[in-house]
Unconditional design. Structure first.
Length: 304
């Protein structure tokens, strides 16, 4: 019996699937099945009941799960024990973030991590809120920044920052730092918006509903990149956060106007996966992310 077998057992218990565990552990379904079979042989009992849709834990499996999680937590904490003695923080940290706020946060995260914790290796992914919630639940990522606080069973989370939504249109080649548009005015403008579910879209639709306004939705597209291209090339507009369009605004390809009456803000959360106690390296990266604050540009475009 070894720790890796126990980790595979825990993953199968969480996912209910050998194939899903193989994907998460970058292994094969046959190797996962073999590891579980070896563990069952060494313990002298079956741990799962095989079904047509996957596997479920039986009585023996449920009895083992808590102890297996405790043992793997103890094993994972050994690196922290040595790090406390040597003063070094090292290891791989898997971090996920929504595209709408990934830049410049990722740039700052990489820069500060390399400067202060060179022993930490970052693995960074972009995903939707739903995807990041699944990755946190499966243990596929350690940390996530997303626009919805996950349930406490999935992860520990807290508000990170809140930023205003902007109306973004084709660029004019000149900056308009003080430009604004009311929600009533926005309702008359043809919009291209993300397909549901989308956090920014939900906030916009809820604000329009409360104001008894109907949005002029001309097109729905499931790609932030394509939405920006369509806006830059035609007469459609979009509603977005500053980080997702800052490069195009700087180049003059797009222009932004601050929404008011009401100002609509989107809150983003930092979440740490709750399957096990976070390693020292994960805590270090979380601390760097928590220090990140919105750029002055975001504050400058918010109407008073």
């Amino acid at each position: 019996m070894n720790i890796q077998q126990l980790k595979i057992f825990i993953s199968v218990a969480a996912t209910g699937s050998f194939s899903r565990t193989a994907t998460l552990t970058e292994s094969t379904q046959s190797s996962v099945s073999k590891a579980v079979a070896q563990l069952e042989s060494e313990l002298g009992a079956r741990l799962f009941e095989r079904t047509g849709r996957g596997v479920t834990m039986n009585t023996a499996g449920r009895a083992l799960l808590g102890r297996a999680e405790a043992l793997t937590r103890d094993a994972d904490s050994l690196a922290d024990l040595i790090a406390d003695i040597t003063g070094k923080t090292a290891g791989t940290v898997k971090f996920a973030i929504q595209p709408s706020v990934s830049w410049p946060l990722v740039h700052e995260l990489v820069r500060h991590t390399h400067q202060h914790h060179p022993g930490i290796r970052l693995q960074i992914s972009e995903g939707t809120t739903h995807q990041i919630e699944e990755w946190l639940a499966d243990g596929r990522v350690d940390l996530g920044v997303l626009s919805k606080a996950p349930t406490s069973e999935l992860a520990e989370s807290w508000p990170l920052f809140s930023i205003p939504l902007l109306l973004v249109s084709r660029g004019t080649g000149t900056a308009e730092p003080g430009a604004t548009v009311s929600l009533a005015q926005l309702a008359q403008i043809p919009l291209v918006i993300p397909t549901a579910p989308n956090g920014g879209r939900l906030l916009l639709e809820e604000a329009a509903r409360r104001a008894k306004l109907s949005l002029n939705i001309a097109l729905e597209v499931n790609s932030n990149h394509l939405i920006k291209r369509l806006v830059a090339a035609g007469n459609l507009s979009m509603v977005a956060t500053w980080p997702s369009v800052s490069a195009e605004i700087a180049s003059g390809e797009l222009r932004s106007r601050a929404l008011y009456d009401p100002v609509i803000r989107q809150t983003f959360y930092l979440a740490i996966g709750g399957r096990r106690a976070p390693a020292r390296s994960v805590r270090a990266v979380a601390g760097i992310v928590q220090q990140f604050s919105p750029l002055p540009d975001w504050q400058a475009i918010t109407p008073s």
